[in-house]
Design a protein around this ligand. Structure first.
Ligand code: NAP
Length: 501
């Protein structure tokens, strides 16, 4: 683990610390009177930030950010639990890498400045928002916070329950992260919003019907499915998308009864993003950790009966390109033994030129070196093995499971297992009647305006979230993504480009 930093509290106040479940929605940023939380949404590093950070040398211990955080991810340093202790250093290290918050001159811009209230008899803006996940809810709340329109919003959700990937994608043991749903419920509950659950656009109602009856339709349908594994044997029944496994253990109705073979001692996960770490943690953690969470009874029973002892995560590139974030690696290592081979951590490429990106690489390598130096887990302990520079080449079926073939520093190698989970990224969900870019797995758009086959914007059709920009960033990243879509939509409304029956 990272060595604890000399506590800033020793020389000034009790600074605050942002911990693992930061959702990056930056609600805390405008509340801070001394501008000590970065990167802010208007700073270049925001889009690629693993989390937000408080500068301990600038924080004045006022507590305003604690109240503003929707997921309880901010605490004072004296209240840090042992488990969260590494985050004191993770916050401080960010400012050593990018410079003091006192010198980062990026005042958070109020998007409402310069706008005027509509006349009381002005036509309301009617919007259909399709998808009740993070992007859909942020679209609703961005419309509600506009003072220059009065929006009447219909939310359509295919499932009988709202929440999208916050409900069915966030790991069940990340209860604090799921608290953002309280903010979503508040947005849904405001006047002017009607929620239609269990209504599938393209099946129960068509895109044309929504487009005709609203000024605008915003598709915020997310990215539920994993990308197909482009390998020989990638479509064998023993290979499943990690995204399907996540949806199954979270009780997604589409995946109830889905078979996942947990009778073999080993599972191989391909790809090493945060989804890979989530499934590796869930497969090796004590199942009792998930009692009383969103995990389905079916998944809890299967994990209790599981014979899986080892999850091997194979990454095709070196450790300096690891796709997981440092907070999630800290969370994994806190839960189960993580095995790393020190040999995988030498002979790496040059650091990125960007200070924030370089800081993230250094921080992950430091954490991995600590793990490599830790004593081996007891022989019978469940563990996660992280391997790097091991591109998979094929999957073949074998008695009782599968063999994953991969390249290990130029030498062919293989591993037997009972289940292969492909955690190689997600794909946006297509909607009948709405353009879809099959290669990119997104709805083609420019600033959220959906583009037709001729490349021109389709009047009144918009998109937000992962199906707009691809599956990147964390929950709160979708807030600023939704804001840019709403900016385009409202501009088109004021320009007289939108009509509704
Ligand atoms: P991801 O972060 O994009 O990682 C994809 C991984 O798959 C990378 O290691 C990538 O390797 C690898 N990969 C891609 N194509 C491959 C191929 N053909 N063969 C082998 N490996 C391949 O995707 P993700 O894990 O699905 O996560 C999606 C988003 O959700 C991310 O923004 C993530 O941070 C977020 N998320 C966050 C949390 C959290 O904060 N707790 C939890 C879950 C998900 P290369 O790097 O070499 O391409």
């Amino acid at each position: 683990m990272l060595a604890p930093a000399p506590s800033a509290a020793q020389y000034r106040g009790m600074p605050h610390v942002i911990v693992q479940n930061c959702c990056n929605d930056a609600s805390c940023v405008p509340e801070c009177p001394v501008d000590c939380i970065h990167p802010t949404p208007d700073e270049p590093g925001f889009a690629t930030a693993e989390m937000l950070y408080i500068d301990p040398d600038v924080c004045i211990d006022c507590g305003a950010c604690i109240d503003a955080c929707p997921v309880s991810a901010i605490t004072t340093d004296y209240e840090l639990t042992d488990e969260m202790a590494p985050f004191e250093e993770i916050n401080a290290a960010y400012y050593r890498a990018v410079g003091s918050a006192a010198d980062l001159d990026h005042p958070y811009a109020d998007p409402q400045l310069g706008r005027r209230r509509p006349a009381s008899d002005a036509e309301p803006l009617s919007v259909a928002v399709v998808g009740a996940g993070a992007a859909g809810h942020y679209t609703v709340s961005e419309l509600q916070h506009r003072i220059d329109v009065r929006a009447e919003i219909d939310v359509y959700e295919r499932l009988p329950e709202p929440g999208g990937l916050v409900r069915f994608g966030v790991a069940p043991d990340h209860a604090d992260t799921k608290k953002v749903q309280e903010q979503f419920a508040a947005a849904r509950g405001r006047s002017g919003v009607t929620v239609h659950l269990g209504v599938s656009v393209g099946e129960n109602v068509t895109h044309e019907e929504l487009a005709r009856t609203h000024h605008a339709v915003v598709y915020a349908v997310g990215a539920l499915h994993g990308r197909p594994l482009p390998l020989p044997g990638g479509d064998l029944p023993v290979v499943a998308a990690a995204a399907d496994f996540v949806a199954w253990y979270n009780g997604h109705p589409d995946f109830a009864g889905h078979p996942f073979d947990l009778s073999h001692e080993r599972v191989v996960v391909l790809g090493n993003g945060n989804v890979a770490l989530d499934v590796a943690r869930v497969l090796t953690a004590d199942p009792e950790l998930f009692v009383g969470t969103d995990m389905s009874d079916e998944a809890l029973a299967a994990l209790r009966a599981s014979r899986v002892r080892e999850v091997v995560v194979l990454a095709r590139r070196g450790a300096d390109h690891a796709a997981f974030t440092a907070p999630e690696l800290v969370g994994l290592a806190r839960t189960v033994p993580v095995v790393v081979d020190a040999a995988d951590l030498s002979d790496l490429g040059a650091e990125p030129a960007d200070p924030q990106a370089a800081h993230y690489v250094r921080q992950k390598l430091e954490l991995l070196r600590d793990l490599a130096a830790a004593p081996s887990p007891a022989p019978d302990a469940r563990r996660v093995v992280l391997r790097f520079g091991t591109p998979p080449t094929a999957v073949t079926e074998a008695t009782g499971g599968a063999v994953v073939e991969f390249d290990e520093h130029g030498t062919p190698s293989s591993l037997e297992c009972g289940l292969v989970l492909a955690a190689i990224g997600l794909r946006g969900t297509s909607v009948p009647g709405v353009p879809f870019d099959e290669a990119g797995g997104i709805i083609p758009n420019a600033d959220g305006r959906v583009l037709g086959s001729d490349g021109a914007p389709l009047p009144g059709v918009y998109t937000a979230g992962w199906v707009k920009r691809g599956p990147t960033g964390v929950i709160g990243t979708n807030r600023y993504d939704a804001r840019s879509t709403v900016d385009a939509l409202v501009a088109d409304f004021h320009a007289g480009l939108l009509s509704a029956e």
